[in-house]
Design a protein around this ligand. Structure first.
Ligand SMILES: Cc1cc2nc3c(=O)[nH]c(=O)nc-3n(C[C@H](O)[C@H](O)[C@H](O)COP(=O)(O)OP(=O)(O)OC[C@H]3O[C@@H](n4cnc5c(N)ncnc54)[C@H](O)[C@@H]3O)c2cc1C
Length: 465
């Protein structure tokens, strides 16, 4: 037993018969598009793996926004290894130029892909914590050889040789409170998650009810435009900014026409009075009343605004939850919550999604060898993520896990100058539910020049947000 200054507290793990970490499976957390793509690459390389999905179906988060149509056509939504595996099983890819809904992504691609992996995909398996067997975050000697220990919500534990964490951000939305802290009373009153299916399954919850939408991203816009189609439904839209100009975007001059059209429609509803816009609204307190929910905004000078609505939709974006990896050694960028090496490549002040350079295992590595956060989680709070970038991430990470460092470091992205996250087709295809990426931050922001991948954008902003 090794001595610490205050006693012999550390476990001498070497005394216990351990299964060699190298003989253990790679565990992938989350069966969304990127987790499933990781599984496809692992399968292709013949590496044993287990895919743990918290939901009761694959791509449970995508399924929650199943009614929303994405900006990227099918040709950018399908991972190359997944395509090869599916096609060898007789699958035919959907029309590459079509913009799928979330539900189509699941039904026509992700669910058939997961089926190929059989019982290597475990549903209802929510990971609550990851550590190294016998090692807390502080202990170093022999650490790298110790297997990962994964704890599940049902109390079960598993071991792994490496972890590919593709658990996304959709299940950890930003709070309503304007300073990044929960508003007083948040959690005690009913607030709806972003992107309810206003014109479909959730219609009865909104029709005829005064609804307050808080947030200035694509999710807010999608919900507002859908609400505007419901008769006798008063709508209030609260944003922190002093005006909605940034949210309206460039209109006819917008580099992304479908996005510009959304902004134009939103502006028209505000100007006609169909939507009541509250600017400078810093959500401070939410309280349940007999009429619904009273929401109080208090700006930094102390000025208050109050609104009472029957339904409140929180569309304030998402953030990564790193708490499951709290016992691992992570090196997180203090602003975005991505790795520090990735942060400058995805910074929304510098990049739109179309200008994020390709990146892989080197940019995703943490001081904890063998743990990689990938997919939208890897971007932290940056709104510049695309499935296509996530697919290249996992191709690179899996190549590294296979010891193929040449392939791991040969990172490429084949995104066109335009057309990856917008299309006129979008507006034509999707009149009913609108367009959304669900990505937070500056919806429909001023025209964003999409440039060839690798070139830096002239102005920043999220591609889709
Ligand atoms: C409305 C919307 C539209 C979008 N449109 C586009 C687009 O047009 N083009 C584009 O490229 N990108 C788009 N995105 C962004 C992004 O590509 C998607 O969010 C994509 O689903 C991210 O994939 P992912 O696999 O990283 O994460 P997710 O799809 O979020 O998958 C994460 C999975 O992990 C599971 N999970 C979470 N926590 C745990 C846990 N503790 N244990 C086990 N499992 C867990 C979840 O249930 C989920 O199934 C859009 C996003 C949204 C929300």
């Amino acid at each position: 037993m090794s001595d610490s200054c205050c006693g012999t507290t550390t476990i001498e793990i070497e005394r216990f018969p351990l299964r060699q970490a190298g003989a253990l499976p790679v565990v992938v957390i989350g069966a969304g598009p990127v987790g499933l793509a990781a599984a496809a690459h692992l399968a292709e390389r013949g590496i044993d793996f287990l895919l743990l999905e918290a939901g009761e179906q694959v791509a449970a988060s995508v399924a929650r926004w199943g009614h929303v149509r994405v900006f990227s056509p099918w040709k950018y939504d399908i991972d190359a290894a997944a395509r090869r595996l599916l096609e060898s099983d007789g699958w035919t890819a959907p029309d590459g130029d079509w913009l799928p809904t979330g539900a189509e992504l699941v039904d026509d691609y992700l669910a058939p892909l997961a089926k190929l992996f059989g019982d290597r995909v475990r549903l209802g398996a929510k990971v609550t914590a990851i550590s190294r067997l016998g090692y807390d975050r502080v202990r170093t000697p022999g650490r790298e050889a110790a297997p990962f220990l994964i704890r599940l919500a049902d109390g079960g534990e598993l071991q792994a040789r490496a972890i590919v964490d593709a658990s996304g951000t959709y299940t950890s939305p930003n709070v309503l409170g304007a300073s990044g802290l929960p508003a007083h009373g948040e959690g005690e009153v009913a607030v709806d998650h972003a992107l309810p299916d206003v014109l479909g399954a959730d219609r009865d919850r909104y029709q005829g009810r005064h609804t307050l939408v808080i947030g200035a991203g694509h999710s807010a816009a999608t919900t507002l435009l859908a609400l505007a189609e419901l008769p006798d439904t008063p709508i209030t839209w609260a944003i922190r900014g002093g005006g909605a100009g940034r949210a309206y975007g460039g209109g006819d001059a917008d580099a992304l026409p479908a996005r510009g059209a959304l902004g134009t429609r939103l502006r028209a509803h505000v100007e006609s009075g169909r939507i009541t816009l509250l600017t400078g609204f810093f959500t401070h307190r939410v309280t349940a009343t007999t009429e619904g929910v009273e929401v109080i905004g208090r700006d930094p000078s102390g000025h208050e605004q109050r609104v009472t609505a029957e339904r409140v939709v929180s569309a304030t974006g998402y953030r990564p939850d790193h708490s499951i990896a709290a016992e691992l050694r992570l090196d997180l960028d203090p602003v975005l919550g991505s790795t520090r090496r990735l942060a400058p490549l995805i910074d929304p002040n510098e990049h739109s999604c179309g200008t994020v350079p390709p990146h892989g295992v080197d940019e995703l590595a943490h001081p904890e060898p063998g743990y990689y956060a990938v997919g939208v989680k890897s971007y932290g709070r940056a709104p510049t993520f695309l499935m296509a970038t996530g697919y290249e991430q996992v191709r690179s990470v899996v190549a590294a896990l296979a010891g193929d460092w040449a392939a791991a470091r040969d990172v490429r992205l084949d995104l066109p100058e335009t057309g990856v996250c917008s299309s006129n087709l979008a507006e034509a295809q999707e009149r009913r539910v609108g367009l959304a990426t669900g990505i937070s931050g500056g919806l429909l922001s001023a025209p964003i020049p999409l440039a060839t991948v690798g070139a830096s954008a002239e102005s920043g902003g999220g591609c889709c947000g």
